[in-house]
Design a binder for this molecule. Structure first.
Ligand code: GLN
Length: 456
């Protein structure tokens, strides 16, 4: 049963069946903690909603995937979780992620690595890996809330064959989000269908006085479903460089399918694609390193007996509490904004970001939306990931980082399969163009037909 069918059925949600299903899924490590919060009713009628672990839910342990926040129970709700509860959603738990969002494969997770339901030897993608994996594995109506800084909704959506929608920067309130990079973070939904993510966006989007950066006026996003997309799409040639052959073929088949329905396409060029990746990793680590300064063993989560001077105490707690990738990013980010290097790295990266935004703007003068592969490959196996150097992992974000850096809305939808694993089709729009993205995605979804999810 789909979310839409459940909402239209007027029936109560079968929570005892859900519990049994979730028990079966335990071995996949989709959750960091389980919970039950909310009273049901409303337009969501008691629909289960999972929340990525870096979004605060009142009374439920929230760790952002890090040991340093183990045992932290927020005394307040994030705006997103509050809006979900007020709409009758029931929060069912906090999903696994890379520590603070630092990763592409959800392998930098302190509480167990989520496994891909299509092949448990493979990654769910990251950093919202638990959210996407659960969405693909759970054969009952459910919507997940994910979060993206540089691709953390699209990448796992692509690897798990579900729909992930990253809204325009500022459209969804981040009050109660444990920040990774404040100029980049966005909260967005992951679901099995375009309807699910459009509906959830309607619930969580829109102005919030508690987040000064939240500027968006929301729209009736579900109203765009079934409305044929009448416009032109651009296919960036740089987004097909170093892409696996199987992925390339599947994505082109989808573009041709759309063309068959009258969606015209033209080749466009985004030469700053690689520069965007470098700029992102400088800005994101710079912001992350300042954001993590507050985890010092005094206010939140992990703390110990006070011994030695403060610096010794902080180093000891932080040394234990942060994983390897978090430490690497603190060092990288601190270096990039240090006196003497700031102009060369951080300031330059900001200028590159402006150029990347301008480059997208120019392309959007010619085409309405951009379509491309979401990730250059299918979900890798864990033994392949182990062999990768950190820089090689960063490079795998080459296609998801540019729209995130520019704050543009984007959606990943299953485009087909390569070697039995899902491949994502990425649809990117100009700022606040969620509506046309949803029309094109839903048009593609009906051409493609339903995805047959694995029985796990
Ligand atoms: N893989 C990217 C990073 O590690 C993006 C992760 C994210 O969006 N949180 O920074």
């Amino acid at each position: 049963m789909s979310v839409k069918e459940f909402l239209e059925s007027g029936k109560d949600y079968d929570y005892s069946k859900l519990e049994k299903e979730l028990e079966k899924l335990e071995r996949f490590n989709f959750f960091i903690s389980r919970a039950r919060a909310g009273t049901g009713g409303g337009i969501l009628k008691g629909l289960p909603v999972s929340i990525k672990d870096n979004i605060c839910v009142k009374g439920v342990q929230t760790t952002a995937g890090s040991r340093i926040l183990e045992g932290y129970v927020p005394p307040f709700d994030s705006t997103v979780s509050l809006r979900i509860k007020e709409s009758g959603g029931i929060i069912i738990g906090k999903t696994s992620q890379d520590e603070f969002g630092f990763g592409t494969f959800s392998t930098n997770c302190a509480y167990g690595v989520p496994k891909n339901p299509w092949d448990p030897e493979r990654s769910c993608g990251g950093s919202s890996g638990g959210a996407a994996g659960l969405t693909a594995a759970l054969n009952m109506p459910h919507i997940a809330i994910g979060q993206s800084t540089g691709g953390s909704i699209s990448c796992p959506a692509s690897f798990c064959g579900v729909v992930g929608l990253t809204p325009t920067y500022g459209l969804v309130s981040r009050y109660g989000l444990i920040d990774y990079g404040n100029s980049l973070d966005k909260i967005g939904p992951i679901g099995r269908s375009v309807f699910d993510v459009a509906l959830m966006l309607e619930i969580i989007a829109g102005r919030d006085n508690r987040d000064q950066t939240c500027i968006g006026e929301k729209e009736d996003y579900t109203g765009y479903i079934g409305k044929d997309f009448k416009g032109k799409v651009g296919v960036p040639k740089e987004y097909f460089e170093n892409v696996d052959e199987g992925v390339e073929k599947v994505v082109w088949d989808s573009i041709k399918k759309l063309e068959g329905e009258g969606v015209e396409y033209e080749e466009v060029s985004l030469p700053l694609t690689d520069a965007a990746l470098y700029s992102y990793y400088i800005i994101a680590t710079a912001e992350a390193s300042t954001n993590l300064a507050k985890f010092c063993g005094m206010r939140y989560g992990l703390h110990e007996e006070l011994r030695g001077n403060f610096n010794e105490y902080f180093s000891r707690v932080r040394g234990k509490g942060f994983g390897e990738e978090a430490k690497r990013r603190i060092i990288l980010g601190t270096y990039g904004r240090m006196a003497g290097y700031r102009d060369q790295y951080y300031m330059k990266a900001l200028k590159v970001r402006t150029k990347v935004i301008q480059e997208f703007r120019n392309v959007f003068k010619r085409v309405d939306l951009i379509v491309a592969p979401t990730m250059p490959m299918i979900a890798p196996r864990f033994d392949e990931i182990k062999k990768l150097k950190p820089l090689e992992v960063y490079q795998m974000d080459r296609l998801t980082v540019p729209p995130n850096l520019a704050g543009l809305p984007h959606l990943s939808i299953n485009s087909g399969f390569s070697k039995g694993m899902p491949v994502g089709l990425h649809i990117i729009g100009d700022h606040f163009q969620e509506g046309p993205i949803i029309s094109l995605a839903s048009m593609y979804e009906s051409l493609r037909g339903d995805v047959k999810y694995p029985e796990v």
